[in-house]
Design a protein. Structure first.
Length: 164
C-alpha cells in the first residue's frame, strides 16, 4: 500500500543520522557542502548550531540529530551540510541541515513507500512523509517543510536578519 499523495516515482537524497537512513526529496535540495566554520548565534535553541556564509548569504545550520532528539553530530570527514529550501506559508527559507553523511540519490516507486507509523497521540510524526523500502532496509522519508514548526522557522529568519 502506497502513501496517499505520492503518486509518481520521486528521487530522494538519502543521508545518515547515527545508524538511521533518512531521505528528502531532491527537488528541495539546493546543494551539499563539506563541513565548514559555523558561527554560533547566542540565545538560539540547541539544535540551531549557528550560521554559515554561503556566497555572501547567511544560512542557518540545524543539527538534524539534535532536532530529532539524538546526540549532537560529531564532526568527521563525512559530516556535511545539506542546503535545503523550506516552504512555510508560501515563504521560502534556505537552511543547512547538518548530517553525519550523505549516502546516495535513490528513486522510489509509490508502491515501495508505506505510511509513517502511528505512534500514539503524544508523538508528532507529521514530518515523516513515509517509510521507503530500498535494498531490504527502511528509509525514513522526511517532509522537510514539516520538520520545523512555524515558530522555529520564524526564529531562524530572525537570526538570519541579525547575523546579516
Amino acid at each position: 500500500m502506497s502513501v496517499a499523495g505520492i503518486t509518481e516515482t520521486v528521487q530522494y537524497l538519502t543521508f545518515k543520522l547515527s545508524e538511521e537512513v533518512f531521505a528528502v526529496d531532491v527537488a528541495k535540495v539546493r546543494e551539499i557542502l563539506e563541513i565548514t566554520t559555523i558561527t554560533k548565534v547566542p540565545q538560539t535553541p540547541d539544535f540551531m548550531r549557528g550560521v554559515i556564509n554561503l556566497r555572501g548569504s547567511v544560512v542557518p545550520v540545524i543539527d538534524m540529530r539534535l532536532k530529532f532528539g539524538m546526540s549532537a553530530t560529531e564532526q568527521t570527514v563525512n559530516t556535511c551540510i545539506i542546503v535545503v529550501e523550506i516552504n512555510m506559508d508560501g515563504d521560502i527559507t534556505v537552511l543547512g541541515a547538518l548530517a553525519d553523511s550523505v549516502q546516495e540519490v535513490v528513486e522510489l516507486e509509490p508502491e515501495s513507500i508505506e505510511s509513517a507509523p502511528h505512534i500514539g497521540t503524544k508523538l508528532n510524526t507529521d514530518f515523516i512523509k513515509g517509510m521507503g523500502k530500498h535494498n531490504g532496509s527502511f528509509i525514513i522519508i522526511l517532509d522537510i517543510d514539516k520538520v520545523f514548526s512555524s515558530d522555529e522557522i520564524s526564529l531562524v529568519r530572525e537570526n538570519e536578519r541579525h547575523a546579516a
